[in-house]
Design a protein around this ligand. Structure first.
Ligand SMILES: *[C@@H]1O[C@H](CO)[C@@H](O)[C@H](O)[C@H]1NC(C)=O
Ligand SMILES: *[C@@H]1O[C@H](CO)[C@@H](O)[C@H](O)[C@H]1NC(C)=O
Ligand SMILES: *[C@@H]1O[C@H](CO)[C@@H](O)[C@H](O)[C@H]1NC(C)=O
Ligand SMILES: *[C@@H]1O[C@H](CO)[C@@H](O)[C@H](O)[C@H]1NC(C)=O
Ligand SMILES: *[C@@H]1O[C@H](CO)[C@@H](O)[C@H](O)[C@H]1NC(C)=O
Ligand SMILES: *[C@@H]1O[C@H](CO)[C@@H](O)[C@H](O)[C@H]1NC(C)=O
Ligand SMILES: *[C@@H]1O[C@H](CO)[C@@H](O)[C@H](O)[C@H]1NC(C)=O
Ligand SMILES: *[C@@H]1O[C@H](CO)[C@@H](O)[C@H](O)[C@H]1NC(C)=O
Length: 650
């Protein structure tokens, strides 16, 4: 229904336009409309704009109306391209029936050129007439050279043959590599009423392939160099892919890809340098590399720029060139529980049970002892002091020393001692095996997620770089915000460090640092030995940052750059380049098996207990000495008194 209405309106429009059209411009004839229809079909387009004298046989338009969405403009007023091709308008075909007409030039070419509409969003079909005294090439150059036609232009010029009406028209492809080079005019195929739209074989494939020879033009790239040794000039640092790898390698890495692209497209690169990536200034302009792109000083960026939504209003991105992994990295503590390694094998409840069992068997033994002493045979002198006897017997039993076989006579006591021995045997076997086993095996790492990191007693810090602040403060994740406010900013000053300082802190241990992981590994590789390096643990909570080269909005190089990036990625060259630039890491799976040692931190409690016991025994020894001395003195005094008394009262 709506379609019908649209058609009726267009019919009325045609009738009105027919009256409007003046005498100067020839109307579009049926041959031209047929050629245009074939053009639309070959380009797979649905939308068309006819820029010419549209009066003529209504029947000629019928077929076009049936299949395409058309609009008409007579070139008597300037064509308002911006209004016609609103944001994200579909690709549209434009028919210009009079190639070299003054009206056409004034009302169509000039506005299109000024506003940049000779680009890939429009497919132009221009119709011209061949002349006897000049070649088609010359005619086309004469008419189209002054205009802003770029490498992404889709312009087909059909030159109508002179003479016979059914002679085929020659089709030409027109574009320009860059502003300095002349217009390129290439024969594309031919059209005739009988044969239709015939293209040469090479025009069946993508236009990028046909226009990949850029004739050694120089394109301008822009890059940010943030770290650079003072004694090196910018370009030799950028091209240096062997040394100074500990400095930020990102720009140098992608620069290698652009060198490949240069060879791919037969172009050379001139690189401009900036020292920042780009920030939106209060007056609406951009600084840094993005500034170069937005102002048109550079064609594209040679360094990768992170995808940020706000930036996409000003620039456009190519497919990803570089993936930046940004994680927490820290040396995982060897054992993370606070419990002592010697208590590790059994849980606290089990230890209590063992203690209760020992106390129980000691009590039982006390009862047995009373019975033993009642036996007719003389009791052993040791049994005269039951408490210490029981204490040492139980110790002997549980520490697998075994009390002397002839100490006990009663079968019940022997049963008790035997049962205790067997119990202690099992306990000791398990305990010893567990300790040895736990030293051999790698303890599973427990700080592997953000929650565990937050709860651990590690100190937490981050690199002093813009995206870190954005990541930690501009988020809805409460845990991430807590990490920032309660852990990173807990100390004064907060743990916001440079990457070198962070690496030093990681080396000292007990510190988790959030930064670009590859650079940090490269720094740590020089700081840590292999054993410490294998203790490193990553925690990832945000997806990796993708970054890509950027271009100005509606840049003619968009398709070329996209094609090159996708091509390099598809052929594995991007992955290969990434591998060249990432640091090889030691193989820690082999390393783990070799580490069987108890460090001092874990052994210290045993030493400490021994020391304490020695101190206690020494002080008890002193006490005993004192007691002995006092006793001896007391005795002496008593005997002296007795002597005196005896002396006084003989
Ligand atoms: C368009 O062509 C018709 C017939 O060919 C002619 O009468 C009319 O004046 C032309 N209009 C313009 C604006 O040139
Ligand atoms: C070529 O011929 C056309 C007419 O066919 C004429 O208008 C034009 O001036 C000629 N050009 C030259 C360079 O002789
Ligand atoms: C088209 O050209 C052929 C010769 O190639 C001729 O026989 C025929 O009559 C022509 N047709 C028209 C309509 O001019
Ligand atoms: C690159 O362009 C130059 C200048 O047009 C040309 O001489 C050269 O042959 C081209 N190289 C290739 C490989 O096409
Ligand atoms: C390509 O251009 C560069 C610099 O513009 C120049 O050094 C080189 O010789 C040129 N190569 C060719 C084949 O023209
Ligand atoms: C915006 O401000 C910067 C300095 O703050 C200046 O360099 C630049 O020229 C200004 N741009 C415009 C368009 O005013
Ligand atoms: C993050 O920042 C952007 C702009 O800077 C803002 O629009 C958005 O609301 C912020 N999001 C949160 C969760 O704070
Ligand atoms: C073509 O140019 C117009 C106007 O400059 C722009 O809006 C459009 O995005 C461009 N199309 C492409 C494919 O670059």
């Amino acid at each position: 229904m709506i379609k019908l209405q649209v058609k009726i309106i267009l019919w009325i429009f045609i009738i009105w336009a027919r009256r409007l059209c003046g005498a100067q411009i020839e109307s579009i004839n049926s041959n031209e409309l047929l050629a245009f229809e074939d053009f639309l079909r070959a380009q797979h387009l649905q939308h068309a704009l006819l820029l010419g004298n549209c009066s003529g046989q209504i029947e000629n338009y019928k077929r076009l109306f049936a299949n395409y969405r058309l609009q008409f403009f007579t070139p008597q007023r300037g064509v308002q391209f911006r209004e016609l091709f609103y944001y994200a308008a579909p690709r549209t075909a434009l028919l210009v029936p009079a190639l070299g007409d003054e009206q056409t030039k004034r009302w169509i070419y000039e506005p299109a050129s000024a506003e940049g509409f000779f680009n890939n969003s429009q497919a132009w079909l221009l119709l011209g007439n061949s002349q006897a005294n000049r070649s088609d090439d010359q005619i086309i150059r004469q008419h189209l050279s002054p205009y802003n036609i770029n490498i992404d232009a889709d312009i087909t010029v059909a030159m109508r043959a002179r003479g016979a009406a059914n002679q085929s028209w020659l089709l030409y492809d027109v574009y320009r590599v860059s502003k300095q080079t002349p217009l390129m005019v290439q024969l594309k195929g031919h059209w005739s009423r009988a044969d239709g739209y015939q293209l040469l074989a090479s025009f069946g494939e993508s236009w990028i392939r046909r226009r990949r020879n850029l004739h050694n033009i120089t394109l301008i790239g822009s890059t940010a160099l943030i770290e650079k040794p003072a004694d090196m000039d910018d370009l030799s640092y950028l091209g240096n892919d062997r040394e100074l790898l500990q400095l930020d390698p990102m720009q140098r890495k992608t620069y290698q890809l652009f060198l490949l692209m240069g060879r791919m497209y037969n172009m050379s690169l001139q690189v401009l340098f900036r020292d920042t990536w780009g920030q939106l200034l209060p007056n609406g302009s951009w600084s840094g590399v993005i500034g170069h792109i937005v102002s048109g000083e550079a064609d594209f960026s040679v360094c990768p720029i992170r995808f940020v939504t706000e930036r996409s209003r000003y620039i456009q991105y190519t497919p990803p060139l570089h993936t930046q992994l940004i994680h927490f990295l820290f040396r995982h503590p060897r054992r993370n529980s606070i419990r002592n390694i010697f208590f590790e094998p059994l849980s606290t409840e089990v230890w209590w049970c063992v203690l209760v069992l020992m106390a129980g068997s000691a009590l039982l033994l006390v009862l047995h002892m009373r019975q033993e002493r009642r036996l007719p045979q003389p009791a052993r002198p040791a049994m005269e002091r039951p408490v210490s006897f029981v204490w040492f017997t139980i110790l002997e039993t549980y520490l697998q020393q075994g009390p002397a076989a002839d100490q006990f006579r009663l079968p019940s006591t022997r049963l008790l001692i035997s049962a205790s021995c067997i119990f202690s045997f099992m306990l000791m076997q398990f305990y010893g095996a567990f300790i040895v086993g736990s030293l051999l095996s790698d303890t599973p790492r427990s700080i592997v997620n953000l929650q565990a990191l937050y709860e651990s007693d590690l100190e937490i810090g981050m690199e002093d770089i813009a995206y870190n602040f954005e990541l930690f403060t501009n988020t809805t994740n409460q845990l991430v915000r807590d990490i920032y406010s309660q852990r990173i900013c807990r100390t004064h000053p907060p743990n916001i460090l440079t990457i070198e300082e962070g690496a030093q802190r990681i080396k000292r241990g007990g510190f988790a640092f959030h930064t670009a992981i590859d650079r940090l590994y490269r720094l740590l590789n020089e700081l840590l030995d292999e054993r410490l390096f294998c203790e490193l643990q990553e925690i990832m909570f945000n997806p990796p940052y993708l970054s890509a080269s950027i271009l100005a909005k509606s840049s003619p190089w968009r398709e070329h750059l996209n094609h090159a990036v996708l091509y390099l990625s598809e052929t594995g060259l991007i992955a290969y380049n990434d591998r060249l630039w990432t640091m090889p890491r030691p193989d820690c799976t082999l390393f783990k098996d070799a580490q069987v040692e108890v460090d001092l931190k874990h052994f210290a409690p045993a030493l400490f207990t021994l020391l304490l016991a020695m101190l206690v025994s020494a002080s008890v020894f002193l006490l005993e000495l004192l007691c002995g001395y006092l006793k001896a003195r007391g005795k002496q005094q008593a005997s002296q008194k007795v002597d005196k008394a005896m002396f006084l009262h003989p």
